[in-house]
Design a protein around this ligand. Structure first.
Ligand code: FAD
Length: 307
């Protein structure tokens, strides 16, 4: 319980659904505590009153900074960047989960602030030294940043979430800068599913190219997925072949998951896939090739025909 260093100010950028914070936010706050400074949470959106109220209960933060605006309903990179830029003078560290959202706007923030963006940090070694994965996780690089603002995204599956209550942070409402109007939001198509979301499912079952067709992908995997209440995942090869939708791709260029149980069905275990699932607690692999790489990562392996 060392005293907080009030000279060090850290800003965590939150993702939320206007009611609750994403699970990843609590993990980023844990990571932010590594600096032993004062942590503020930035909540931006169309209507953030409720989510800011909930966020203020987090013990490990000092204030919740909230900015509302109709144009923040579908957060565009230019608008998010403007807000972070506006606040950046007060902070030495700015961080967020390594997610689709942060990957969309933090490169722009880095350019505007003229600092490096250090992505997908696995471990915070000291105030400006980090371990991150390169070559799809084959090499762990330790890097030091001398930038005046440390800007990073966190590999959240390696961090425990902080406590969600016990605190009474101050909520500070700031004026929202007007819309940049460089791009505009047109529409979005969301595939609704009764299954748990891939990102925080307790069980994930992924299929590979070997399933052979979109029909097989569904016919073979869905009964098992629904029986155990799992989320469905896929390799990029399966997605590229059109057997599975893009948003369920697990891996370096897809979603990174760390469930209690991960089942890889007809998956070879390419680096780029393994990058997205290797932090899973228990891994089960089914593959008819006894030499398949995936068995090196599996706790239980079945050398068998997946059909
Ligand atoms: P394959 O490698 O073709 O493997 C199929 C496996 O199924 C084999 O091991 C085979 O033995 C087994 N099999 C065949 N028939 C049966 C059967 N009847 N029963 C049981 N087993 C059977 N990949 C990802 O998954 N996610 C990513 O995010 C990703 N990002 C990438 C980024 C880059 C820059 C690049 C270059 C590649 C990326 N890839 C990614 C692709 C990756 O390199 C592999 O090509 C891909 O993961 C392979 O998918 P797969 O295991 O389905 O197919």
């Amino acid at each position: 319980n060392t005293a907080i260093d009030t000279q060090i100010k850290i800003l965590v950028i939150a993702e939320h659904n206007e009611l609750e914070l994403n699970d990843s936010v609590f993990k980023v706050i844990s990571a932010a505590k590594s600096w032993n400074g004062e942590v503020d949470l930035l909540v931006m959106g169309k209507n953030t009153e409720e989510v800011a109220k909930n966020a203020a209960k987090i013990k490990d933060i000092k204030s919740v900074i909230r900015l509302d605006g109709d144009h923040l309903e579908h957060l565009l990179a230019e608008d998010a960047t403007k807000i972070v830029e506006m606040l950046s003078n007060n902070y030495q560290v700015i961080l967020a989960a390594h997610s689709w959202s942060s990957r969309n706007f933090l490169p722009r923030v880095a350019a505007v602030l003229n600092v490096s963006l250090i992505t997908d940090v696995l471990k915070i070694e000291s105030n400006n030294v980090y371990t991150r994965a390169i070559y799809a996780g084959n090499v762990h690089a330790k890097i030091q940043s001398k930038d005046p603002i440390q800007l990073l995204t966190i590999h959240t599956s390696l961090f425990e979430g902080c406590s969600r209550d016990g605190g009474d942070a101050k909520i500070i409402k700031k004026d929202t800068p007007p819309a940049m109007n460089l791009t505009s939001w047109k529409s979005e198509k969301i595939n609704k599913s009764d299954r748990p979301a891939l990102i925080d499912a307790k069980i994930v079952i992924s299929g590979g190219r070997s399933l052979g067709s979109e029909e097989n992908f569904d016919k073979v995997l869905s009964p098992l997925v629904d029986e155990v209440g799992a989320a469905l995942g896929a390799t990029r090869a399966a997605v590229d072949a059109g057997y599975a939708p893009n948003e369920i791709q697990v891996g370096q260029t897809g979603v990174v998951v760390a469930p209690e149980l991960y089942m890889a069905v007809g998956v070879s275990g390419a680096n780029q896939h393994v990058y997205g699932m290797k932090d899973s607690r228990v891994v089960v692999a089914i593959n008819n090739d006894p030499d398949a790489t995936i068995f090196q990562f599996a706790d239980y392996g079945l050398v068998a025909d997946l059909f």
